[in-house]
Design a protein around this ligand. Sequence first.
Ligand SMILES: *[C@@H]1O[C@H](CO)[C@@H](O)[C@H](O)[C@H]1NC(C)=O
Ligand SMILES: *[C@@H]1O[C@H](CO)[C@@H](O)[C@H](O)[C@H]1NC(C)=O
Length: 471
Amino acid sequence: MILTWCLVLLALTSTTLSSNPGVKVRLTNKGLEYGRQLGIASIQQKLKTVEIPDFSGKARVVIGEVKYSLSNMRIVNVGLPRSAIDLVPGTGVKLTIGDAFISMKGNWRVKYLLVRDSGSFDLNVNGLTITTSIAVKSDETGRPAVSIVSCAASVGSVKVKFHGGASWLYNLFSKYVDKALRNALQKQICPLVNKAVEDLNTELKTLNVLAKVDKYAEIEYSMVSSPEVSKSSIDLSLKGEFYNIGKHQEPPFSPTAISLPPQTDKMLYIALSAFTPNSAGFVYNKAGVLSLYITDDMVPKASPFRLNTKTFGVFIPQIAKQFPGLMMKLLLKTEESPKVSFEPKNATLQTSATMTAYAIQPNGTLSPLFVLNVESSVTAHLFLSGMNIAGSLSLNKMKLTLGTSYVGQFQVGTLDTIFQMVLKMVVIPIVNVQLAKGYPLPALGKIQLVNPQLQILKDYMLIGTDVQLTG
Ligand SMILES: *[C@@H]1O[C@H](CO)[C@@H](O)[C@H](O)[C@H]1NC(C)=O
Ligand SMILES: *[C@@H]1O[C@H](CO)[C@@H](O)[C@H](O)[C@H]1NC(C)=O
């Protein structure tokens, strides 16, 4: 019901208590209000399909006892004109439904002395009020759990109008029926609410909060602590950590605390700390997939530089002399996990890598020429692509130092231009194709972001968005 879509933002498996979350999600009053509208529409639909058990009773009248029974009752209309959802700081939410009405149809049957009679009836329930408080917590697996704290229901009036049969007869007992039905209904409402909340919990328990990214990585979005409910929002603290699929190893760093700005004009805010992309860097670096062979066919045709010993021989004459007329191959490989830092309006990625250059012998053997250390700083432009966060990089700075030379002494600085070009024209475009695919945000279900805004702040990026349920 009401909370489904908002709670369906969440997560599972192991919970590391008392650690800072990698991701924070804030659901504002505006988001809750959208949830209320969806929830009320869904409750209205559900109520129309509720099956009402047959009802029978006795009424003692002047001369004897009237036995009546009502059967085949069905709801024909439900109105929920007034409802509200409010946050209850420290607990969860309070849902109030007022002035609700229900119309039903059914059949009646009566036994009085020797008379038996039957017909149909219309029943109108008016002034139905339900007030319920629902606690929102995190269960032991880091998934959301809801429970009823209190529930009160009252029915204003029940009016039955009989058709068919003898009116003197049903007039004998109609006022008893009104009262009896009113009491019976009043007793049934809170158990129904309880059942709905139990059903929601069952659904929440099946949430899969481990989002697969690719064959190496998955992201875990379980809650690391219970939701914090304030007057203006529900804040969820999620792990937001990339793991190697099937082998969960913690990186040697942990998230720094995020405190969200007091914005509430969007339905939903998602804050991703630098920890999340850094845990990705840790996983991919460990998996050994942050490496790339660069060959001449990957260098744009129009480029004046070719990956051969002739080009490099211009800068390092020994290469042209010792390895004349050979093609070359480069191996770029990260040495440490890349590190992302978020500063206001600035997302930067620092990488520390090695670039090994080889000459390709005619028989295919690779002869190493030199190894350079490449420290680079790239600016990340982050954007949203559907429910994914994606990025594109551009080179900011690059610094080369010599690791090993197999061809004697040479001036590393002379290779700056050629390696800047290799990074800009070959490496970064390949990485960008990968990054453009994006990484899933913590949202399940068929939700679409509406007018999302992305800001880079100190230590985290913030997505503020409205949402729309699409299915
Ligand atoms: C962005 O931040 C990095 C360091 O975090 C810095 O080197 C770079 O100059 C900054 N860029 C801008 C445009 O401020
Ligand atoms: C390939 O050629 C190089 C250079 O001519 C030579 O040193 C090497 O032994 C050859 N390797 C094989 C496997 O034939």
